[in-house]
Design a protein around this ligand. Structure first.
Ligand code: SAH
Length: 505
């Protein structure tokens, strides 16, 4: 159809049909690219593989999810069926955006090329979002660089599937590092063929199973012993094997699977919509992270009072915001009222900590005050307000009174208005199972402590963010509490590590 015809035809709708072939990365969800995340967020349908991290599906909560997983060698869904389904979904109902999420990189033994061809043949536009391949990332997380000055200046990624591999081995004599994918089962015969074609049996080798995840396991040996070591350790697919001098660098460069949190299950309780930053920090330390949302945000039960306060925002000397959610809710209401940041007039705005300040900044407001140590009590003690100032605290009905207490101790009055409500959310079966098997549970706020106690009891070892959270946790009935040395994600992760080391020593 020409542009002219489109303009003339009022019923014309350009098709939304589109396929993003996305590399999901090797397992650690933090290794998805920013482009991959954006494409997932835009998807109506997601077709995902066995090796694509389940955590990534959180980026497309409303998309239709189809598991086309292939496990090991037994294909559940044939490649032809995947191609057909992908095209069908893209062309459904006037066109859909399909995210085709594939383990590692799209084109490294991923059959992504065939999927792109199927799109082209069907006239469906597509994009390719490359991913971090397990061929490089699994060795990297095992402390093995695939090239290294003086040791290896080339590497080849090869298949361990015999039929395809056989013709290869003899041609690889000039390549320093070999990375073998899909090769655990045949490792014995592949290693022998490499020796037969001239590689020294003493060449260092390492096999990495479930690389970049909390289940990562590594076997070390030489070309002549690696198959035996792998069998002894019981390693199976998915695994990559690195053959070359670089494999021995693990002995000095091991980093990921040495952390005390490595392989431990950490439940991250969440009382904010968007705070997986702690989960990322913990995963980088090798923890198996289970995120547990504890609350739902509801609209205020008293909109009259809220709207009265919001329509007079400019008449307050200070508006105090004690969570990112509060910033989010405040601007939602301002928008509803047809207003924007100018509603503050000359009134000043204070944030409880850097995250809240950043949320404000995203809305075009630089916080006039943020306490040096984040926390409601610090905000109350340090707020540079003059006696007689009009103060407004916009918060959840469950927010702690620490701010009001600290202000009133200074003779300052604050008007507190319910901006939103936080209601407990019952954990599902899987979450409860995770809680019971968890090595440690993190609590980043008093409301998290209270909500967890309310929905699932207090029989967990908890690592808490600050003294106020500690106090709230104690009051809620927790007894095994470890306090982070300061209010930062790294310190909270350290506290979690302290809990597991204390437990396993
Ligand atoms: N496109 C993928 C590879 C798909 S082939 C990529 O770029 O990573 C599947 C093989 O990838 C597996 O048999 C295994 O050899 C390897 N693999 C994938 N994820 C892995 C992981 N987390 N750890 C180790 N090997 C992995």
């Amino acid at each position: 159809m020409t542009a002219q015809a489109r303009d003339d035809d009022p019923t014309f709708r350009p098709s939304r049909a589109f396929v993003s072939l996305i590399g999901a990365g090797p397992g650690d969800p933090g290794l998805l690219t920013l482009r991959g995340k954006a494409a997932l967020e835009a998807a109506d349908v997601v077709l995902y593989d066995y090796l694509a991290a389940g955590e990534l599906l959180q980026f497309c909560p409303r998309a239709e999810r189809i598991d086309v997983g292939k496990k090991g060698y037994s294909e559940y869904v044939s490649q032809e069926d995947i191609n057909a389904l992908m095209v069908l979904k893209a062309q459904q109902d006037g066109g859909k955006r399909v995210a085709r999420l594939k383990g590692g990189d799209v084109f490294v033994f991923g059959r992504g090329g065939e999927e792109a061809q199927a799109c082209r043949a069907a006239g469906v536009p597509f994009e390719v979002v490359p991913g971090v391949t397990s061929a490089i990332a699994a060795p990297a997380y095992a402390g093995i660089p695939v090239t290294h000055r003086g040791l290896a200046s080339s590497f080849a990624v090869i298949t361990g599937r015999e039929k395809e591999g056989d013709a290869l081995y003899g041609n690889l004599s000039g390549v320093d590092t070999l990375v073998l994918l899909m090769g655990v089962r045949n490792l014995d015969s592949v290693a022998q063929k490499l020796i037969d074609t001239g590689r020294s049996p003493a060449t260092p080798a390492a096999t990495v199973q479930w690389g970049t995840t909390s289940r990562q396991r590594v076997a070390r040996g030489t070309l002549s012993t690696i198959a035996e070591e792998v069998a002894r350790a019981g390693l199976e697919a998915p695994a990559v094997t690195v053959v070359g001098e670089v494999a021995s660098l693990r002995d000095t460069l091991q980093w990921f699977d040495t952390s005390p949190l490595f392989g431990r299950t950490v439940v991250v309780t969440r009382t904010q919509e968007r705070n997986s930053a702690l989960a990322d920090v913990l995963r980088l330390r090798g923890a198996q992270v289970v995120e547990l949302p504890l609350i739902r945000h509801e609209k205020t039960g008293d909109p009259g009072t809220l709207y009265r306060a919001l329509s007079q925002l400019h008449s307050f000397d200070w508006t105090l915001l004690t969570s990112q959610q509060a910033v989010h809710e405040l601007f939602w209401h301002l928008e509803e009222m047809g207003q924007d940041a100018r509603a503050f007039g000359r009134g000043r705005v204070a944030a409880v900590g850097p995250a809240t300040a950043r949320a404000l900044e995203a809305r075009g407001i630089r916080a006039d005050f943020t306490p040096a140590t984040p926390g409601a009590a610090h905000l109350g003690r340090e707020l540079p307000a003059r006696p007689g100032s009009r103060l407004l605290h916009l918060a959840s009905h469950r927010a702690e009174d620490a701010l009001e207490e600290a202000l009133s101790a200074r003779g300052l009055n604050v008007e507190r208005v319910e901006l939103y409500r936080t209601e407990p959310r019952e954990p599902d079966e899987a979450a409860l199972r995770a809680l019971h098997s968890a090595d440690v549970v993190t609590l980043a706020s008093g409301s998290a402590a209270r909500a967890l106690a309310e929905v699932a009891g207090t029989k967990y070892r908890v690592a808490v963010m600050g003294p106020q959270t500690e106090k709230a946790a104690r009051e809620a009935g927790f007894s095994a509490i470890t306090l982070a040395r300061e209010a930062s994600l790294d310190a909270l992760a350290d506290a979690a590590a302290q809990v597991v080391t204390a437990r396993f020593e």
